[in-house]
Design a protein around this ligand. Structure first.
Ligand code: MSP
Length: 534
């Protein structure tokens, strides 16, 4: 049995989760469920990044204690994952004592080994990105761009990690693929960034008089750990790194390396592709112990009144623009299935997309309510009405039936190839192609007409068998995406136990002669907006 260790970025709980956060977690959840269905032993880790200046600042602005703010907002993230059916095996909260202990042990070891040094530094600092800036970070106009937010001049002593010493190694690890990066086009971006990293070390501390909300350096108590150095370690601290035998954490040697760190494009460079591998290398991790980075794009917002062709029709989601989409509200209004489906269906993994409510509704209504919903309803209803809900071993075959079996085989193959390549929209399109084919099969071989002729009884029964068997396969393929809907479909087919194996064992003939199907009930009720009803 293969292991599959998947993690996501851990979110800053300095506000409420938005659809960007939700997309990443649903994406990882779908992959985790798929790998499980493949037969892998999966461990899915996600959580919250509770330290750092952003958190302290928000707490100061809101006039609350930062620990209270972290705890309060963390609950919102946990509640959303529960609502959206995001099922993780490990929860990484960086204020957890076990994480703090791990970070401090790593720091102490790096300190003993001479990987850390202290020096005074005067320079510009981006409050928003929580990092020092260099001359290279200035734009063509000589100014620090908007992306850095407020930039202040600071002079202070700090601790540094000898990042530059690992730059040559990192270049070879990225070039050779030891550090996996998907999609492939991101590799060039990383190689570019390494050039810059080779000239500077990483400041890994913040003086306590400026930032108290962090993990204290074990060898210099006037400082806390830089939030990224602390947060990145979650991927190993909650996977059992340096844990004692009595801990309830997983066995690190079995779990590591991560098969996928699912992260957004904004935190690839420098954090995940530069700092993290160099930190691991300094801790003694070898080339074959490097993780794989699966980098997704961003959900942006479609500007109001933007024409279809405009280049600048999208904008970033931001509190100040007041365009943040609340996933909990969406799920409340349109249902969890619609939200999960849309979030992974309408964005190519790795690319950006523009959130569009009309698309959410139209994709749900066309692919789920219309195509799949109709297929399910008709298949189960006709089976009930025409053969009393009892399936028979097909005694009849023809080209149309063969075509259905062939279509399912093709869909299955395309689905597996797409899922293995993290192409979730591709997998959903493969599912839909078979749904569409089955609906055409009904149109061309209408059981409601054929049943009027007694001599066609075997044919009708074979058609119904092909339809119900197809519905069962479709529910299995759909289960990583829409686990609840998939369970409902299987319930209506009374086929909950008809397949408990792994995907590679999935083959035609799950439903046996004499199988009794259940009652059809709409699984995907059409979304009708109130204004459309009038
Ligand atoms: N705390 C850091 C990550 C530390 S990982 C060791 C962080 N947090 S975040 O809350 O700002 O972002 C969490 C994740 O959400 C990141 O992967 C980020 O790319 C992703 N997204 C934030 N906004 C997004 C969109 N609008 N669209 C898609 N994902 C986006 O960064």
């Amino acid at each position: 049995m293969n292991k599959f260790f998947i993690t996501t970025a851990i979110d800053y709980p300095n506000g409420s989760p938005h659809i960007g956060h939700a997309y990443e977690k649903v994406l990882a959840d779908v992959i985790a469920r798929y790998r499980r269905l493949r037969g892998d032993e999966v461990f899915f880790l996600t959580g919250v990044d509770q330290h750092g200046q952003k958190m302290q600042q928000t707490a100061d602005q809101e006039g609350v204690n930062v620990a209270t703010l972290a705890a309060r907002n963390t609950r919102k993230f946990i509640a959303l994952w529960e609502k959206l059916g995001v099922h993780y095996d490990g929860w990484a909260a960086t204020t957890d004592e076990l994480h703090k202990k791990c970070v401090q042990e790593i720091l102490a070891t790096l300190y003993d080994e001479g990987q850390l040094y202290k020096k005074a530094y005067k320079g510009f600092y981006s409050v928003r990105q929580e990092q020092y800036l260099t001359e290279k970070d200035r734009g063509e106009d000589g100014q620090f761009g908007e992306e850095w937010g407020e930039v202040v001049e600071l002079e202070e002593e700090n601790w540094y990690f000898r990042l530059s010493e690992h730059a040559e190694w990192l270049k070879s690890a990225v070039t050779s693929g030891a550090l996996g990066i998907l999609p492939e086009f991101r590799r060039a971006e990383v190689l570019n960034a390494i050039e810059r990293a080779s000239e500077t070390d990483l400041c890994i501390s913040r003086p306590k008089d400026r930032l108290h909300w962090g993990i204290e350096l074990p060898f210099d108590t006037g400082f806390v750990t830089y939030v990224w150095f602390d947060a990145l370690i979650n991927y190993i601290s909650f996977a059992g790194y340096r844990s004692d035998e009595t801990s309830s954490l997983p066995d690190f040697d079995t779990l590591w390396p991560a098969n996928a760190h699912v992260i957004g494009k904004d935190i690839l460079v420098p954090a995940h592709a530069i700092y993290w591998p160099c930190m691991l290398r300094a801790m003694g991790f070898t080339d074959d112990q490097m993780p794989m980075l699966l980098v997704h794009g961003w959900w942006n917002i479609r500007k109001k009144n933007a024409g279809p062709e405009e280049d600048d029709s999208e904008e970033k989601m931001s509190k100040s623009l007041g365009n943040v989409v609340d996933p909990a509200e969406l799920a409340e209004r349109f249902g969890v299935d619609a939200v999960r489906y849309y979030l992974v269906r309408d964005i190519v993994t790795g690319k950006d997309s523009a959130f569009d409510l009309d698309r959410l509704i139209s994709l749900f209504n066309s692919e789920l309510a219309n195509d799949l919903g109709n297929l399910l309803n008709r298949s189960i209803n006709m089976t009930k009405r025409f053969v009393g809900g009892e399936l028979a071993e097909p005694n009849y075959d023809d080209d149309a039936c063969k075509d259905v079996r062939c279509s399912l085989k093709d869909a299955n193959k395309a689905y597996l190839a797409a899922m293995d390549a993290f192409d979730l929209p591709g997998a959903l399109k493969a599912i839909n192609s078979h749904v569409v084919r089955c609906n055409q099969f009904i149109e061309k071989n209408p059981p409601f007409e054929l049943r009027k002729d007694d001599s066609q009884a075997d044919r009708v029964s074979a058609i119904l068998y092909h339809l119900c068997e197809s519905c069962l396969h479709l529910s299995i393929l759909l289960s990583p995406f829409l686990p609840d809907a998939s369970a409902k479909i299987r319930g209506q087919l009374r086929a909950e136990q008809s397949f408990t194996g792994h995907l590679e064992d999935l083959s035609w003939g799950l439903l046996k002669a004499g199988h009794q199907t259940g009652k059809a009930k709409p699984v995907f009720p059409r979304i009708v907006l109130e204004e459309d009803q009038t």
